[in-house]
Design a protein around this ligand. Structure first.
Ligand SMILES: [Zn+2]
Length: 665
């Protein structure tokens, strides 16, 4: 009835009064979470300094000090890329040549190779542009801007050309205008454990910065910029019955998936430019004819990105702590944020310290952070191995969104960079885990706590998490689910198993799957092995199905009896998997009682006898059911009891007195 409904709403509002409701989400941004924080959270006070993060940055560092690679092999190194690329800054192009070696990790001979040509996502007719309508995370692709990639030469290492064999494939949607995935037959199948080496020339036309890559004046963000071998999954990987290629086009909602390997990359830019890149430099840049040539190297990583600009302010510091053997943190800052360098450095060091302590070692010697200029917003808030982009420098006095975005991207070094899940098919495994970790970092470093009940109430269109990225209803639906709902699922798990066990679960999952490609089922197995409990209901409801929890006080019936009052409170679980939940009831004389329901059945009746009428009942008053997004039905005020006793309409439900006993006051 409307009256009761409005009463419920009032009670909900009262209960929500303790919650900070100025929280706001920016779900238009698909891979960066932008939160406008409550004004109170942003102050002029000095940021807390982690004990291990106290060294101030040294003055005037040089960005180009060479390093040597170490002999330790951490991953299966399926691919090896040797790339030479020249930035043609006048025409907005990259001219590249690469030698790629691919090792067959399977047990069958492989007769064809697949390459991702991601920049073709920005060419007319692409699946990416159809799905995104040229809009992503609040950015619009500039009218007339086009990005593309073409392979200009393709030969075996003996010089036989394979170029005529190239043909584009569209396994996801059959869109013949999509040229983001290409295949060709090899001259000879690659036997198990053996490898093939190919040489290719390629050209990239950089779009105006949009969706993680492109040019903006003299700033360049080169992400997904070279022809990249797809992942050949062995039997057993992510539950696969038989081995084979994992093939997808570039989609509006999707990120990427690649194998670990070695990258040796030479980058040629105008002399005035500074380059930030994955890995480290093996020699000092060479100068010739007004150009500068950088040599970078990275191993046991699954991607390589770089950025160039003549305007970067450079700051560097080294850092080590438990789990962080020694990292050079390299900041490449847009001049607008020059004075904020200490905030970036503090956030980076504190994040690494926590991640190393919580999950395990950061095994790389560098972490590069790029702060793009305001007109390259689409390049901000993105993760690559050992390199992240912070939010673009749009404001010279940003709030905690500066730290939040950076912490998020650094957390991706663990959930994406090291634990390399398939972002095409199970995006929640990187974005959800990263958003969860981002909250942990924000609260432990800056004391900024998430408001989970309010965040859950934003979840209006839940969808299954383990579906491919392009099946989500919209880009907002994708973002809400793989970032927010996935984070809530992990928080809900944490609430049920406890902080300590959750830490153990994540640490175990990280250590078991670093340098590997786990699936949702692999994560569930870790949860089950640590808790020694089956979690099928939980994963079915919240991961495989798009459910939210919904516990409700459905009705209260109170009758006058000869010696007092008798009430029946009907409690229901409308959605979500079974879980224990607390119940709280209050009587007219001010007395109250708390009980627990195991939540196994979908409803239960609580029978109460009391000397004064029952006035109020609440289920989960402590907001422990993290995924409950309909909290307005968790509270119900009783109506005035009738004078004459009538039979309770118990319907088909059973009164379970054994669980609660009968309480009389
Ligand atoms: Zn992310």
């Amino acid at each position: 009835m409307p009256k009761r409904r409005s009463l419920r709403m009032l009670l909900f509002v009262a209960a929500a009064a303790v919650l900070v409701i100025s929280f706001k989400f920016g779900f238009a941004d698909a891979w960066v979470d932008q939160y406008a924080l409550p004004a109170a959270a942003v102050s002029d006070e000095v940021l807390p300094v982690a004990s291990s993060a106290a060294t101030p940055p040294k003055a005037d560092p040089v960005p180009d000090v060479p390093q040597q690679s170490e002999a330790v092999v951490l991953s299966n190194r399926i691919t090896e890329y040797h790339i030479a690329v020249t930035l043609d800054e006048k025409n907005g192009k990259l001219l590249g040549e690469q030698t790629v070696t691919w090792k067959n990790p399977g047990r069958k001979a492989v007769g064809e190779l697949y390459l991702h040509l991601y920049p073709n996502a920005f060419s007319p007719g692409s699946t990416f542009l159809k799905e995104s309508s040229g809009q992503l995370r609040g950015d619009k692709m500039k009218p007339g801007s086009v990005g593309s990639m073409s392979i200009t030469t393709l030969t075996t290492d003996q010089g036989e050309t394979l170029l005529p064999r190239l043909h584009f494939v569209q396994p996801d949607d059959g869109n013949k205008n999509d040229r983001t995935l290409v295949t060709f037959r090899l001259p000879e199948p690659v036997k198990p454990g053996m490898s093939v080496t190919l040489r290719m020339g390629f050209t990239v036309t950089l779009p105006d910065v949009f969706a993680r890559m492109g040019k903006a004046d003299d700033f360049v963000m080169a992400g997904q910029w070279f022809p990249k071998v797809a992942v050949y999954e062995t039997a057993g990987t992510r539950g696969r019955a038989t081995e084979g290629w994992n093939l997808h086009q570039y989609h509006g909602n999707s990120e990427f998936y690649s194998d670990f390997g070695i990258y040796s990359v030479r980058i040629d830019v105008p002399e005035s430019y500074t380059i930030a890149a994955t890995g480290f430099q093996t020699k000092s840049p060479a100068l010739a004819g007004g150009r500068k040539s950088y040599q970078f190297y990275a191993d046991d990583v699954h991607d390589f990105a770089w950025s160039a600009s003549p305007n970067f302010e450079y700051v560097e510091d080294s850092f080590s702590s438990a789990g962080i053997p020694g990292v050079r943190i390299k900041l490449y800052i847009d001049p607008l944020h020059k004075e904020l360098k200490d905030r970036y450095m503090h956030a980076a060091k504190s994040a690494l310290a926590k991640l190393g302590q919580w999950y395990g070692e950061y095994p790389y010697s560098t972490l590069s952070i790029i702060v793009p200029p305001a007109n390259a917003n689409g390049a901000g808030g993105m993760e690559y191995p050992t390199l992240v982009t912070a939010a673009a420098a749009k404001d010279d006095n940003p709030g905690y969104e500066l730290e939040r975005t950076l912490l998020h991207e650094i957390a991706h070094q663990y959930w994406y960079g090291l634990v390399a899940s398939n972002e095409f098919e199970e995006a929640w495994l990187d974005e959800g885990f990263t958003s969860y970790t981002e909250d942990k970092l924000m609260s432990s470093i800056y004391g900024v706590l998430p408001n989970l009940p309010v965040e859950a109430s934003y979840m209006t269109a839940p969808e299954p998490l383990d579906q491919v990225s392009w099946r989500f209803s919209s880009s907002n639906g994708y973002a809400e689910n793989v970032y927010l709902r996935a984070k809530l699922v992990l928080s809900a798990l944490e609430r049920q198993v406890g902080d300590k066990t959750m830490s153990k679960i994540l640490r175990t999952y990280f250590q078991k799957y670093e340098f590997k490609h786990p699936s949702s089922a692999d994560f569930q197995k870790v949860v089950e092995s640590i808790t020694k409990t089956k979690w099928n209901d939980f994963f079915r409801s919240y991961v495989q199905n798009g459910e939210m929890a919904d516990f409700a006080v459905d009705s209260i019936q109170t009758q006058k009896t000869t010696d007092g009052y008798e009430s029946i409170v009907l409690l229901k679980r409308y959605g979500g998997s079974p879980q224990p939940v607390s119940i709280w009831v209050q009587f007219q004389d001010g007395k109250s009682v708390s009980k627990r329901w195991d939540g196994v059945q979908d409803h239960i009746q609580l029978q109460l006898r009391s000397s004064t009428p029952l006035t109020y009942a609440a289920i989960d008053p402590g907001n422990n059911v993290v995924l409950d997004n309909r909290r307005y039905n968790n509270y119900l005020q009783a109506e005035v009891p009738k004078e004459t006793r009538t039979r309770f309409a118990t319907g088909i439900t059973q009164i379970i007195e054994g669980l609660f006993g009968t309480m009389v006051w």
